[in-house]
Design a binder for this molecule. Structure first.
Ligand SMILES: [Zn+2]
Length: 493
């Protein structure tokens, strides 16, 4: 049975340029989307930009520019970044678009029974776009941004999150929304167990620097940027006018909805968002997949350390597919991961150039020596290939991209072993030789599919070299003409 899956990334604030953390999330999400398309599932993949943040207004003011113009420019940079990473998203939403404004206002009104006005006093960190508790501060500063939070005292609208305590407990106890990986689920469950408090979902226009979406029927207040931004997942599909797209991809309960996010925003996605949806009587997401942070050479990425990775430079040197491969191969969801160019280069040489690249080269050369054409008559590796696909599919059930990569690397190893053990180049018996070459060819054809969510361009080149012209999966009895191509993973200078 083929599934319909709606897959989203978080939408980044566009106040600064994209970095490796964004790349990780885009690439993981893209890999999951491509895998599901490969398996015949129908996928709608959304990403976008969160633009109504006060951070954007402040960053623009600092440069003496109009906010609208500033976010447009930054949005374009993020769109180019998606292209650079070869992200195959179906749509891109900016939270400045009319479809978003319309949808957010409708959503606010749908949730109105859980919204009330109250005086509020608290300390607010603009960097976090969140109220902090006194006890969270270190020497009076936000522990993440090292800045003094603002003291805010005003009349705000509140969302009655406390109403949803029991329902949220049940939702996670029964995996109605499945949080992956397990350690993140436990964090969310203990957060809920600690007691849910109502939270402010508006601010005065003045404090918001007149930037954001106005509260319906109150021109003094704008909607809290998180309340606004979370709605992007439904406004992009046309929640605002109940469009056919919205009905097909969100409202239809047979569609799965998966959110990919970073661990720093799990509270907003696993607690606020489901409660908001329950209140507005909109269906819940099915899965929330949470990744960790990236360190570089074992240190936190920070401007002051100057250790942010020059992604463009890495791509120029290794190619985008290799960066994709490395991030998917090296990082596991449950933990933070470390990026090191040395490690990347080691994997490039060992696993890609000497592994996959060399295998393709070897097998194509062997078939060329027989005239370049191969009639596929046997598959000696059938059991191995089936076992590899099983491992690979199991890995994707839990988004263990690293284990998916391990599975196809294992097939590279087993196929290499078949070349060496049979010494196929020295066999004279035509039938025997063809049986082995057929098996090697089939293994490579499977590898081209297995690597495609990780390295889509390399996969295309492999298929070209193997003479695969369409998406045919049945190879036995057919003839293919192989072609030598430049090395998939050339020697580094
Ligand atoms: Zn902060």
């Amino acid at each position: 049975m083929n599934k319909k899956i709606y897959i989203t990334t978080a939408i980044p604030y566009v106040n600064a340029n994209p970095h490796l953390g964004h790349a990780l999330e885009f690439i993981q999400t893209d890999c999951a989307a491509r895998y599901n398309r490969l398996k015949g599932n129908e996928v709608f993949f959304l990403t976008g930009a969160d633009e109504n943040s006060l951070k954007n207004a402040l960053a623009a003011e600092k440069e003496g520019r109009l906010v609208e113009e500033f976010v447009e420019e930054k949005r374009a940079i993020f769109k180019d970044f998606l292209k650079l990473l070869n992200i195959d998203n179906t749509d891109f939403i900016s939270t400045r678009e009319p479809r978003h404004f319309e949808g957010v206002k409708k959503f606010w009104q749908a949730a109105e029974k859980d919204i009330y006005q109250s005086d509020y006093q608290g300390i607010y960190c603009v960097g976090c776009e969140d109220f902090l508790k006194e006890e969270e501060l270190i020497d009076g500063l936000c522990p993440i941004h090292k800045t003094t939070p603002q003291l805010v005292s005003e009349k705000n609208y509140f969302f009655r999150l406390s109403n949803f305590q029991k329902q949220l407990e049940e939702i996670y106890k029964n995996d109605v929304i499945k949080i992956i990986p397990e350690n993140r689920k436990q964090e969310i469950e203990s957060f809920i167990a600690g007691g849910l408090k109502d939270f402010s979902i508006s601010r005065s226009k003045q404090r918001a620097h007149n930037w954001g979406i106005e509260v319906p029927n109150d021109d003094e207040q704008v909607i809290y940027v998180w309340f606004d931004a979370l709605c992007n997942y439904i406004t992009a599909l046309g929640y605002g006018n109940n469009s056919p797209l919205y009905r097909a991809w969100w409202a239809d309960s047979s569609t799965e909805v998966w959110h990919f996010i970073g661990k720093d925003i799990s509270k907003f996605h696993c607690i606020y968002w489901p409660a908001m949806l329950l209140s507005a009587d909109v269906r819940l997401p099915s899965k929330i997949i949470i990744h960790g942070f990236i360190t570089v050479n074992s240190q936190k990425i920070s401007k002051s350390l100057g250790n942010s990775v020059d992604i463009k430079n890495i791509i120029d040197k290794f190619g985008i597919d290799v960066l994709r491969y490395y991030l998917l191969r090296e990082f596991s969801l449950a933990q933070d991961g470390d990026f090191s160019e040395k490690n990347l280069q080691e994997r490039y040489e060992k696993e890609l150039a000497n592994g996959l690249g060399n295998l393709l080269n070897r097998v194509v050369a062997l078939i060329e020596r027989q005239g370049g054409k191969i009639k596929i008559e046997k598959n000696l590796l059938e059991n191995v290939i089936n076992e590899i696909w099983k491992k690979y599919d199991e890995a994707f059930l839990e988004f263990r991209f690293n284990q998916g990569a391990e599975a196809f690397l294992q097939l590279v190893g087993e196929t290499d072993a078949l070349v060496n053990q049979t010494q196929v180049w020295a066999i004279d018996d035509v039938e025997q030789k063809n049986g082995i070459l057929s098996s090697l060819w089939i293994s490579l054809a499977n590898l081209a599919d297995l690597i495609s969510p990780y390295m889509p361009e390399i996969s295309g080149k492999m298929k070209q070299s193997l003479g695969i012209k369409n998406n045919d999966k049945e190879f036995l009895g057919k003839e293919f003409e192989v072609k030598r191509i430049p090395p998939l993973f050339p020697k580094l200078n």
